[in-house]
Design a protein around this ligand. Structure first.
Ligand code: NAI
Ligand code: BUO
Length: 264
């Protein structure tokens, strides 16, 4: 195995127009990395606003709009980022969506749509980044969005939980195959983070269980030993470590950063 040859310099964060991805992008910029902001074209304005915030921290930024489920678009995104910033050293495959539905009501189309973003999207981003890093020859850091439900599913989040379970497996396989190139591959497993995703989950769980809005997140928050709902910055601090040389001897891990909900 070759050594991690260079200190990470240029990062790409998918789904970075809001929520956890935005927080990761800003944290990596604060750490001294230049950052490419990805989101879907429909969220382009938010992505450009995050890029402006990165620049206000004194770092270079570029916006690379693409749907991570589209193989051609992902290859184009990675090529654009490497051209704009000079290299790709850190890939954070953060983009994801959640559906809340009883398994017996999930249609094959809904299942495929979720998997195309949460699993194929991560696979495409991992692969495109790895090919670029191998070509560059200096190793790299590949980081994926898993979840506590990648270890223990939540009811009504069946396909979502399965997608995160699969991200954990993909992360282990990629770590094994790409160690020889000095590339580490790890994932973060947040618990209950107060973002638009949990607003949606709360609303749908409430509908399903006949609860008022806000009651579902309160109920699930009782599982958090540290006693508060997570904020995106909690996750970004850990991703900062995964993107830094301090984590060079760690690969294939999907690590809980959940305030003490799930113990692996
Ligand atoms: N919020 C939470 O409690 C938790 C979130 N996660 C994971 O963390 C990641 C980020 O979650 P949040 O920030 O909460 O979600 P969010 O819904 O606030 O943000 C997700 C971002 O991804 C973008 N996105 C969606 N589909 C995309 C696609 N096909 N291509 C490119 N971008 C796309 C959205 O436009 C949005 O900007 C997701 O993978 C999620 O599954 C994991 C555990 C807990
Ligand atoms: C959205 C998600 O992954 C959880 C566990 O809430």
């Amino acid at each position: 195995m070759s050594d991690q040859a260079t200190t990470p310099r240029n990062a790409l964060v998918t789904g970075a127009g809001q929520g956890i991805g935005k927080s990761i992008a800003l944290r990596l910029a604060a750490d001294g990395l230049d950052v490419a902001i990805n989101d879907i074209p429909a969220n382009g304005e938010a992505a450009r606003a995050v890029a402006a915030e990165v620049e206000s921290l004194g770092r270079r930024a570029t916006v690379a709009l693409a749907d991570v489920s589209d193989a051609q678009a992902v290859d184009g995104m990675v090529a654009q980022v490497a051209a704009d910033l000079g290299s790709l050293d850190v890939m954070v495959a953060n983009a994801g969506i959640a559906h809340v539905k009883p398994l017996l009501e999930v249609t094959p189309e809904e299942f495929d749509h979720l998997m195309s973003i949460n699993l194929r999207g991560v696979h495409l981003c991992y692969g495109a980044a790895a090919r670029r890093m191998i070509e560059q020859g200096g190793g790299g850091k590949i980081i994926g969005a898993c979840s506590i439900v990648g270890y223990r599913p939540f009811p009504l989040l069946g396909p979502y939980s399965a997608s995160k379970w699969a991200v954990r497996g993909l992360t282990q396989a990629a770590a094994m195959e790409w160690a020889q190139y000095g590339i580490t591959v790890n994932a973060y497993c947040p618990g209950i983070v107060g973002t638009a995703m949990w607003d949606h989950i709360d609303e749908k769980l409430a509908e399903n269980e006949g609860l008022r809005k806000g009651a579902a997140i309160e109920k699930y928050s009782e599982l958090i030993h540290l006693g508060r709902v997570s904020v995106p910055e909690d996750v970004a601090k850990f991703v900062s470590y995964l993107a830094s040389p301090d984590s060079d001897y760690m690969t294939g891990q999907s690590v809980m950063i959940d305030g003490g909900v799930q113990f692996s």
